[in-house]
Design a protein around this ligand. Sequence first.
Ligand SMILES: [Zn+2]
Length: 254
Amino acid sequence: MKIHHLNCVAIQSPTGDNAIGHCVLIETAAELILLDAGISSIDLAQPSLHFSKALIQQIGLNLTEIRSAKEQILALGLDPNCVTTVVLTHLDFDHSSGLLDFPQATVHIGVEELASFVQGNPRYLSFVLEHQPKIEVYAASPEHWLGFEARYLSIHSDLKMALIPLFGHTIGHCGITFEVDKQVYFYIGDAYYLRAELTDPHHPVHELTATRAVNNTQRIETLNRLMTFVKDHPEVCVFGYHDAAEFDDELGAF
Ligand SMILES: [Zn+2]
């Protein structure tokens, strides 16, 4: 089993930090598994198809300097058609537009997140599921993983993987835990934008994450739990979606 780290988003954030879109590709004997999907090749080629100029400006999206997950998978010498599982932390378009490049994949997601999307929460862009992929949803579970509720995924691969509710950023936002070569990973999506949120209470990014959170009280609770978790479990590799420094660390480690 092999892990590839793919950067599939470029954002010039209002705080001045350049944000990325840290997707994870897991190569198993049977299939390719993608965790979060970045911006699709279709949207990179023709941004106006799904994105208004105002949205691109508001987010600070840079659509010219980035390659889609599909393109990066091809560059690795792998077949994008072998991506049969995509696990999503949540449905914000910067994490889910890439689904368009993998119409054959089953999408795995928390039930609350899909419900919020289907109910028409205006933060989402409906095009990301318009191709009607097969979707597996995961409801609240009595199982636990290192103190968190764990919703273990039903995937064919021998990889054990679970969605971990980290609510607040969105109604059903989940992290994803998995283990490869005896290393345990905890991919926390947008539970923080920058890891500095765990250590620096005065970092300007807090204001941005608070603004983008559906439920800020829940977001802060989640953040506090993660602060405790990283102290208690230094053996677990914790990383999120938008922090460029974490991405560089991961690339350096492999
Ligand atoms: Zn995001």
